[in-house]
Design a protein around this ligand. Sequence first.
Ligand code: ATP
Ligand code: MG
Length: 171
Amino acid sequence: MRRGLYIGRFQPYHLGHQAVLQKIVEEVDEIVVGLGSAQASHTSENPFTAGERITMIWPALQGLDVTCYVIPLEDMARNAVWISHVVAMTPNFDVVYSNNPLVVQLFVEAGVEVKRPPMYMREVYSGTSIRRMMLAGDESWKRLVPWSVVSVIEEIKGLERLKNVSMGDQE
Ligand code: ATP
Ligand code: MG
């Protein structure tokens, strides 16, 4: 039994993430999705709560046809103890998939096997550019995410929230 850990903030989850997981299922028996910065929400960088992100991601994972766990992972003020925090919160894993330099550094130092999945059309599939499109009123972001992401964002009035939390104080 081989388990892989895939960590991201998923603000929001997009088809680039889904493409990575579709490759990972060929290499492992089970996937642990670590939902990073779980405590964060209602900011321009992290608009959605952990619970909202879980409901966005869950239906997309069912399509992968492999057992997946979604584990919220809060940030820690000390990077040096973050790995122990992750280990304490997740089912045992054998390999970590990440391209985030800090995440890679910390796991390598801890002696964990790390793989860096190739980027899938990064110019198009990026959380930052999707949030930018949402703010600009460009509806084509909807084609860059699974349908469940669109449906949760509509249900929670996510566009309105993102616009409001991205504004400065009004004079
Ligand atoms: P943001 O711009 O908000 O950082 P993001 O698209 O980088 O969003 P994250 O949640 O930060 O999304 O990413 C989780 C993991 O997925 C990271 O390791 C990131 O490098 C990777 N990733 C992001 N976009 C792609 C993509 N298009 N193809 C492959 N991997 C990706
Ligand atoms: Mg990122």
